[in-house]
Design a binder for this molecule. Sequence first.
Ligand SMILES: [Zn+2]
Length: 302
Amino acid sequence: MDNKLFEELKEIGFKNIDAIDIYKKELKDEPVIEKKINMETYLYDRTVVCPVCGDSFKTPSVKSSAYKTSGKESDFYINYTLINPYFYDVWLCNACGYAAMKSDFDRLSQSERKTILENITSQWTGRKYPRVRDENHAIERYKISLLNYIVRKSKNSTKAITCLKIAWMYRLKPEEKFRPLEIKFMEEALTGFKEAYYNEVFPIYGMDKYTTMYLIGELYHRINDYDNALIWLSNVLTTPGVKSSLKDLARDQKDIITIKKKQKELAENNDTETHDPLVQDLSEKTDSSNKKGLFGKLFGKK
Ligand SMILES: [Zn+2]
């Protein structure tokens, strides 16, 4: 960079100041290496036998002592403090391409096995992952797992929970360009959970029917469909027999949505009242005493 921002200072003796970048990001090599070493200490190798091809392979797993949490988000994403176990949730056989969440890796029928061999293994070319993983690896592995679930016609709840976890992994990525993908996978999760709600036997992945009812409401909230969110969350509140902790969660989210809805309505009203406000208000000399738009508020009443 040749920005010469400090030209004057040369006269008083400063040297090597032509290429100074004021906001230069320092490379942090050491902490990254240190972090990787630390992550290793939370992992152990687990030997798994693939139920599709019979191959035996090792997969890094999180030690039970490393499962430290610092709370849960309103759609049940668990914040882990030491290492993120979601990065190690999918087991993948590199010999045949069979992948599934570890909780149901061993559960598949002979006909499903055949379907995987015909539709996944036939296209599988292999993929290597580092031992210490991040959200990008997790996104890819959850997607391979989802593809397996689709091919073997797994339950809607299984596909829905996988879509939700993919959305959570996108949420870990701060760049704005990933928000549409996070929302897209939440929408897909929502579709599957609604199907599961009406057609499956509970519990599903540790959730009873009411918890699923709440989650559907909260997912509607997160995709900004406030009306449907309020319907499902209100159902949680009015259904007898729902435990009080779940009702509290539903009440909290309902309150937040109600506020957001009001804010949205206010913003929309302001938009219509102060459409092209600068031009309009200047031409009218803002002498209206009951002007409520943004411009009116800024300059006060006459
Ligand atoms: Zn295999």
